[in-house]
Design a binder for this molecule. Structure first.
Ligand code: UDP
Ligand code: MG
Length: 319
């Protein structure tokens, strides 16, 4: 029996690309059905992430014209990660597996067949991994690769060169729904789920129309979420640094005392230098400890709703 496959596509101001994207994915779904990789209940779910342009109008129209198209409208712009999560959670009860991909089809759609083939072999999570990064600018490539390395050093388990192009089975989605964090970094959470997983390698294309909706500011915010939601090592580093400075202050102290007794120092200097070193170190140490507690509280109180669905356009299978 072929599975019900859902494509989950976050859309933010994507009026320029949507029609083409839907056209290509429709062809894809048709061909996957012929090959027995998807059944007639398979759909593409377009999540409108509070777009300011005509995106939702286009989705509504396409939903009327194309039996594969379903749409979810978020009440406001919640960002890429939340839009993907909303799409996955909406698809969860309706599908056997869901594949998240970007609206601009930068992620090679030829890989979609391979994702489902791996699912049929029994994988619950299939990660799309980029072969090479030559469509990226030098800046994006180096910062991205450096960032993955830093994440690894900080003990965060992420798949190298994997963005959010991935397949998840319904069982994996149900597991994902149990992770309630607000500072969402899906790439960090999905590996925590466990289950059998595999990789599919693909080439990433240029965006075929429109411009990136991920400016540097949003990229930095996502990168920081990746670190602070998954690692407390930075806090530990502060404490360790504090201990180091406190230890070094002993040498400062000795030097100051020697200067005093040797008669090199101006009077009063010794006391000031000693207190600066010692207090500086102690302060940093205390900050680290306080930070440790704040980090704990902060990870506990993440309980706000992560998105709000305003409208859901279904295309239920015909009986
Ligand atoms: N996106 C979104 N909400 C946002 C920003 C982006 O849903 O606030 C979507 C966007 O429509 C696209 C995907 O996230 O489908 C990736 O964005 P983009 O292609 O602009 O990023 P890039 O590929 O340049 O990193
Ligand atoms: Mg893109």
């Amino acid at each position: 029996m072929s599975p019900t496959v859902y494509f989950v596509i976050p859309c933010y101001n994507e009026e320029e690309v949507l029609e083409e994207t839907v056209k290509r994915l429709t062809e894809k779904l048709d061909s996957m059905r012929q090959q027995g990789l998807a059944n007639e209940k398979s759909r593409m779910l377009l999540v409108n992430d509070g777009s300011k342009d005509r995106t939702w109008e286009i989705i509504t129209r396409l939903h009327g014209e194309n039996p594969y198209v379903e749409g979810v409208k978020l009440a406001h712009n919640r960002g890429h990660q939340n839009a993907v999560l909303c799409g996955l959670m909406t698809a969860m009860p309706l599908c056997d597996c869901a594949i998240s991909l970007d609206a601009d089809l930068q992620d090679d759609t030829d890989a979609l067949d391979k994702f489902v083939a791996k699912y049929l072999e029994g994988c619950d999570v299939v990660y799309g991994v980029r072969n090479k990064r030559d469509t990226d600018t030098w800046f994006k490539r180096t910062t991205a690769e450096g960032y993955y390395k830093i994440l690894h050093l900080l003990g965060v388990d992420v798949v190298f060169n994997h963005a959010d192009y991935r397949l998840m089975s319904r069982r994996a989605l149900e597991a994902l729904s149990e992770y309630k964090e607000v500072n969402l970094f899906l790439r960090g959470i999905v590996p925590l789920i466990g289950y059998r997983s595999d990789y599919v390698y693909y080439d990433r294309h240029e965006r075929f129309a429109g411009e990136s909706k991920y400016p540097l500011k949003k990229m930095i915010a996502l990168a920081l979420d990746g670190i602070t939601s998954f690692s407390v090592k930075p806090l530990k580093l502060i404490s360790n640094f504090g201990i180091l400075v406190s230890a070094l202050s002993v040498f400062g102290l000795l030097y100051a005392l020697i200067s005093y007794f040797a008669g090199w120092a101006v009077s009063g200097w010794t006391a000031i230098v000693c207190s600066i070193w010692l207090l500086g170190g102690l302060q940093m140490l205390c900050l680290g400890v306080v930070g440790g507690y704040i980090g704990k509280i902060y990870s506990e109180v993440k309980a706000r709703p992560r998105y709000r669905v305003e409208e859901f356009l279904r295309n239920p299978p015909k009986e």
